[in-house]
Design a protein around this ligand. Structure first.
Ligand code: ADE
Length: 228
């Protein structure tokens, strides 16, 4: 396995780059890719920056230029369900692009020519990630929705939840990486720590969480994952 590890922001991956043994840095397309050994696993860490296009580009380059065979995304998300609380972890079983709508040409949410509205994550990789998280905090598994919007108004999350009743969390990159991995045949898994409730308090909660808890969680989960 050569593992690509993507996060949007530095706080979501803090400590991991420092933990890489024999690090080799490469700058490409305005991103820094650091390759090395992470607890015996051959790994490449990178920050995608925010949004679906940024994440898709990063994932494709990890595969095509850096030769990764598996991808894990780690970061934070807004809650999409009343039982999913700040500090909980959500591991994705599937991901949907909530702002994708080519209707009436294709059904809402469906990605044209794939016949799919959501992309499933790799079961073995996802099981390993969920196990790695289970010693750290409460873990949920299910549907995560991604879009090029920070969800920071109660009305927004209510509208999304009405359209996607199984929704557990919202973020801005995962489903784009899931599509890239599906199309390139790369096993993919994603973990998100809940930083906010995607409501009117979301922006303040997000900023607080990202500065305090986010980095510790990502480090601990990935360490457990690599050592398993
Ligand atoms: N990432 C963390 N919180 C989020 C939110 N409320 N909306 C979108 N992405 C997020």
């Amino acid at each position: 396995m050569r593992l690509g590890i993507i996060s949007a922001l530095a706080e979501e991956q803090q400590g991991l780059i420092e933990a890489l043994q024999s690090p080799a840095r490469h700058v490409h397309g305005m991103r820094e890719y650091t390759a090395g050994k992470l607890w015996e696993i051959d790994a490449v860490c990178v920050l995608s920056r925010i949004g679906k296009v940024a994440a898709a580009m990063t994932a494709a380059i990890l595969v095509e230029k850096f030769g990764v065979t598996h991808i894990v995304f780690t970061g934070v998300a807004g809650s999409g369900d009343k039982n999913v609380k700040v500090g909980d972890i959500v591991v994705a079983d599937s991901l949907i692009q909530h702002d994708f709508d080519a209707s009436p040409l294709f059904p809402k949410f469906e990605i044209p020519l794939t016949g799919l509205s959501s992309f499933a994550t790799d079961v073995a990789l996802t099981d390993r990630l969920a196990d790695a998280a289970s010693t750290i905090t409460r873990v949920h598994r299910g549907l995560i929705a991604s879009g090029d919007q920070f969800i920071g108004k109660l009305g927004q999350i209510q509208t999304l939840k009405a359209a996607l009743p199984d929704l557990l969390a919202v973020e801005m990159e995962g489903a784009a990486v899931a599509q890239v991995c599906f199309e390139l045949g790369i096993p993919f898994a994603l973990i998100r720590t809940i930083s906010d409730n995607a409501n009117d308090d979301a922006a303040v909660d997000f900023m607080h969480f990202i500065k305090t808890v986010a980095s510790r969680y990502a480090f601990d989960v990935i360490q457990n994952f690599c050592k398993a």
